[in-house]
Design a protein around this ligand. Structure first.
Ligand code: COA
Length: 254
């Protein structure tokens, strides 16, 4: 079974997370496929736009926790960081369709997309603190920038989820639609983009991002170092152990 599907049609590469039995959580092997797909979409001139999507019931439950424990990301060239740098620097339009839970990287990857269409069942959460970790994907920079500091604190320090309408209000989402329609809406926007002059799209995107691009990559590298260290520390071990054993974590004394 392929846990990441890619499909190219009419200048659009659609990348689908396809691991429903684990709520589309992402393993290291999946990150490698995602990173390769984004690289292909960047290099292949026939691909004008990329779409990231999941299922109408779930977008992505974040990192696969068991896989994460077995194969923690080792260094900046690990598949997860290749994928994150790939989407952060992706020069073409990147469109996402999000329904159901979008946990951890399921939400943080959206800050690197140009368009996000959400099902009305979408639930965004970045529970890094509850897992004994810190943000990744430059979320510690981009979330306060987009949500404002105090709402970012609710999302990142409390790890509180927020729903599609709240995401629309803060500008993380372009439009909220019935879940069955989200992938189709993303596809139709991608098709619209695919027939526009690609050099104008690329230059406009480059100009919109140039003020923050270097800072995003620096933040991502700094977060990566902290995240890697924290993965081996007692709070994360307790959180992950609790998840695997279906119990509540106990951080007293940590
Ligand atoms: N890693 C590994 N397995 C995961 C997973 C993850 N991130 N998320 C879900 N799964 C597994 C569950 O353990 C469960 O396995 P089981 O059938 O063997 O019990 C299966 O996927 C279905 O998940 P379940 O929790 O029963 O589904 P749900 O619809 O009740 O809840 C979520 C969906 C996404 C809200 C919930 O699974 C969740 O919170 N997952 C953890 C998310 C997380 O903390 N991610 C951050 C990782 S850094």
């Amino acid at each position: 079974m392929n846990h990441v599907l890619t499909h190219i049609e009419d200048g659009v590469m659609t990348i689908t997370l396809n691991r429903l039995e684990r709520k589309n959580s992402i393993t290291s092997a999946m990150y490698a496929v995602l990173a390769d797909a984004i690289e292909q979409a960047e290099k292949d001139a026939a691909i004008r736009v990329a779409v990231l999507q999941g299922h109408e019931t779930v977008f992505c439950a974040g990192n696969d926790i068991g896989d994460f424990l077995n194969q923690p990301p080792s260094g900046q060239d690990s598949p997860v960081f290749r994928f994150l740098r790939g989407i952060a620097g992706f020069p073409k339009p990147l469109v996402a369709a999000v329904c159901g839970p979008a946990v951890g990287i399921g939400t943080t990857m959206l800050f690197h997309c140009d368009f996000v269409y959400a099902g009305d069942n979408a639930a965004f959460s970045m529970p890094f603190v509850n897992l004994g970790l810190c943000p990744e994907a430059a979320a510690s920079l981009l979330v306060p920038q987009m949500l404002g500091y105090h709402r970012a604190a609710e999302a990142l320090l409390l790890g509180e989820p927020f729903m599609a309408e709240a995401a629309l209000e803060v500008g993380l989402v372009n439009r909220v639609v019935p879940p069955m329609e989200a992938n189709g809406v993303a596809r139709s926007i991608a098709r619209k983009l695919a027939v526009k002059p690609h050099s104008s799209l690329a230059e406009t995107k480059r100009l919109m991002k140039m003020g923050t691009q270097r800072q995003v990559l620096e933040q991502m590298a700094q977060e990566g170092t902290s995240f890697g260290r924290m993965l081996g520390e007692p709070a994360a071990r307790e959180a992950f152990g609790a998840f695997m054993n279906k119990r509540k974590p106990d951080f007293s004394g940590l």
